[in-house]
Design a protein. Structure first.
Length: 191
């Protein structure tokens, strides 16, 4: 154990690391069980006509979101790769992300919260991630350490809120789907 670090801090880091490994193993298990048909959707074309492997290099579509930047890239932008990634930063207190109400997906999703300071293992914020339906059944899950929230398909989740803020942090959602679709709580009875 490093000097200056308490036993509690050490065991907290071990627990967070163990949770991340468990989440990664769960995601890997889901990926390994995925249909081989999903993998066949990736374009076999690698040449962009300028170089042999030019199509393997995909620029990320980064855009503005309030006072920071974000991107969302799915199979349509990733040469058919069956994944969707949304990447944004937490830069203050208040609403985090675009969802103001609970929503669901027909795919599994993992939402990562990681500190943006490359010299620190801290998150740098306190986040409230709500899970459950919007009829009063939602639970608040508050954390202040790097965390991944693994949401199975069909589970209501969000909104997210930054309660306390010290440093910017990364919020990244990874979904095993070729097309990211969302259904909001207020739309649940619509066909």
């Amino acid at each position: 154990m490093k000097s200056g670090r308490s036993r509690r801090a050490f065991f907290q880091e071990v627990a967070v690391g163990g949770a991340a490994v468990a989440a990664a193993n769960a995601m890997l298990g889901t990926t390994l069980q995925a249909s081989p048909l999903l993998q066949a959707a990736v374009s076999r074309e690698t040449s962009d006509g300028k170089s042999r492997y030019g199509k393997c290099i995909v620029p990320i579509p980064i855009g503005k979101m309030r006072e920071t930047v974000m991107f969302s890239a799915g199979a349509d932008k990733l040469n058919g790769f069956p994944c969707n990634i949304i990447y944004a930063f937490g830069t203050g207190t208040g609403q985090l992300g675009l969802s103001k109400e609970p929503h669901i997906h027909e795919h599994d999703e993992a939402v990562y919260f990681i500190g943006a300071d490359c010299k620190s293992t801290e998150l740098g914020a306190e986040v409230n991630f709500k899970i459950g339906p919007g009829d009063g059944g939602e639970e608040s899950h508050i954390f202040s350490v790097p965390t991944v929230v693994v949401i199975p398909k069909g589970v209501w989740h969000c909104p997210m809120e930054t309660l306390k803020f010290e440093k910017p942090f990364l919020c990244m959602a990874v979904s095993l789907t070729t097309k990211y679709e969302v259904k909001y709580w207020s739309e649940r009875n619509k066909t």
